[in-house]
Design a protein around this ligand. Structure first.
Ligand SMILES: Cc1cc2nc3c(=O)[nH]c(=O)nc-3n(C[C@H](O)[C@H](O)[C@H](O)COP(=O)(O)O)c2cc1C
Length: 407
């Protein structure tokens, strides 16, 4: 397995040699790439001698027939940038390709991991936060920097993660990459819209970010993903099968249609519990008598799935504004789920519309695990790790072969 190790211009560049060595010990072949600035901090000779490969840094220096950045991108299995400057994160996020490493990033289809290192103010700057958010949404792995004494003389967050943590992130990426290969995954996301008349509707504040992050993560682990999505502003992840729906009833139809061909179902959508009993075909006029809206219950999709499931592993979400644990436990039992993810949507910085979520995961044996506030992409990673563990355990007990059932 070949890893491209990108090194950029900061004091922590010297640690790239340690990262390189740790990766080699795990049996990886390292192809080093340095930016011009990185060479102010560590000489190419060091990485060249350690890796046994020529360091590439200039887009135009190589006059062989092959185009080096395309060739290198095709030849490797992972792009790791450690340390990654604020500058390279910005270039990756915006798709700027003005040197070898940034051009290589655009040519790469393998997983990408960045290990940022910078001064605390640069790390906390809104531009850097935004660039990281873009990269995370795109599926780039971020090895969070540590806290402590920084090269600039200040204390705070921004120090390059320990080489061992960077190695762990690389190993986890390879472990996850194919872990859902051959599995069919059905995920729902976003809100539903229940029309009152041609211009008005009842909906909710779900952004769809959690469901889309779960779909991207499942896809990156090799699953065949069907994402049934209510109306959102989000870009669907590449390579998934997107089914757009509007109402709770449309979502129910789409989910039931795909359920029989799914191995794992994750219901992250905020499906409306009620819908107007009558939809006016004309816009309800202001001068009409004070309108009364009669609501009726929508189909309880999750409960139906819990009743119908055979081999399928069904995961539900409990978005609650209080008593999260108790409500999640009740929902898990009532709906016959395999796993439930409870989250409190009342704080401003988490849940609906936010890029962050704080979840509690409860399994069908009643065991629970609580996680801190994390970016939704990281929550998605944790949830798939949990789902895979429980799914594998249940498959051993209930079902000899996934393929047997589908035949
Ligand atoms: C002494 C010194 C230390 C630096 N340390 C960092 C750093 O830790 N993180 C960072 O993002 N930029 C740092 N910079 C700024 C980058 O080197 C600069 O933004 C450069 O353009 C990055 O280029 P590159 O991303 O192509 O390597 C430092 C600059 C100097 C002069």
């Amino acid at each position: 397995m070949k890893i491209i190790l990108g090194v950029t211009g900061c004091i922590g560049a010297y640690k790239s040699a340690v990262v390189l060595r740790l990766l080699q010990k795990e049996g990886f072949e390292i192809l080093p790439v340095m930016t011009q600035s990185a060479q102010q901090f560590i000489t190419p000779l060091t990485l060249e001698k350690l890796s046994g490969h020529k360091v590439v840094s200039d887009l135009f220096s190589d006059h062989t027939v092959q185009i080096e950045h395309i060739h290198l991108a095709r030849e490797s299995h992972l792009l790791l940038v450690a340390p990654a400057t604020a500058n390279i994160l910005a270039k990756f996020a915006q798709g700027i390709a003005d040197d070898f490493l940034s051009t290589l990033y655009l040519s790469t289809v393998t997983p990408v991991i960045v290990a940022p290192a910078m001064n605390v103010e640069m790390w906390n700057h809104k531009a850097t936060r935004k660039n990281l958010e873009i990269l995370r949404e795109r599926g780039v792995g971020v090895v969070e920097p540590g806290s402590g004494y920084l090269a600039c003389g200040e204390e705070g967050e921004g120090r390059l993660a320990e080489p061992e943590h960077i190695l762990e992130a690389v190993l986890n990426t390879f472990k996850r990459e194919k872990s859902l290969l051959g599995k069919r995954v059905l995920i729902t996301a976003g809100p539903t819209i229940e029309d009152l008349d041609p211009v008005r509707f009842i909906s909710n504040r779900s952004s769809g970010k959690m469901g889309y992050a779960l779909a991207a993560e499942a896809q990156s682990r090799g699953a065949q993903v069907v994402l049934v999505s209510g109306p959102t502003q989000l870009e669907p992840p590449d390579g998934i099968d997107l089914v757009r729906v509007r109402s709770a009833s449309e979502m129910a139809t789409a989910v039931f249609q795909h359920f029989a061909r799914s191995d794992v179902v994750v219901m992250a959508a905020a499906v409306s519990d009620f819908t107007p009993a009558n939809v006016s075909s004309e816009k309800i006029k202001k001068k009409d008598a004070k309108p009364v809206i009669h609501l009726e219950k929508t189909v309880d999709i999750l409960k139906r799935l819990g009743q119908r499931k055979e081999w399928q592993f069904v995961v539900g979400f409990a978005a609650e504004s209080g008593a999260v644990r108790e409500n999640a436990r009740r929902k898990l039992q009532e709906k016959g789920l395999d796993l439930i993810v409870g989250n409190d949507i009342s704080p401003q910085d988490q849940g609906f519309e936010s890029d962050f979520n704080q979840v509690i995961v409860i399994d069908s044996d009643g065991r629970e695990e609580e996680f801190p506030l994390l970016p939704k992409r990281d929550v998605a990673r944790i949830l798939w790790d949990k789902i895979e563990t429980h799914y594998a355990r249940r498959a051993v007990n209930h079902r000899p072969q996934t393929t047997d059932i589908r035949q």
